[in-house]
Design a protein. Sequence first.
Length: 93
Amino acid sequence: MIILVIYDISEDDIRNDVANILKQYGFKRIQKSAFIGKLPSHLLKDLEIKLRKTMKNAHGNIQIFKLSRRQYVSRIEIGQQTNIEHENVISIL
């Protein structure tokens, strides 16, 4: 499953923690506060739990979007191209 994560977080340390968690799961940064990646559905809940713990009472929010392959391929992208179609699915143990 292709996952798009966007966030707007005021605190630098929390924002950095969120970015690091997403990188651990194999997500690629596509904007300063936007990551995309492939993630098996059974790991999505695990990611959500980690992000919720990291946010605690921080100011801001995180939004997670599940994209179908069809939605991903039909996106309109202007500028440097981002392609995750041929990347491996990450598995966190």
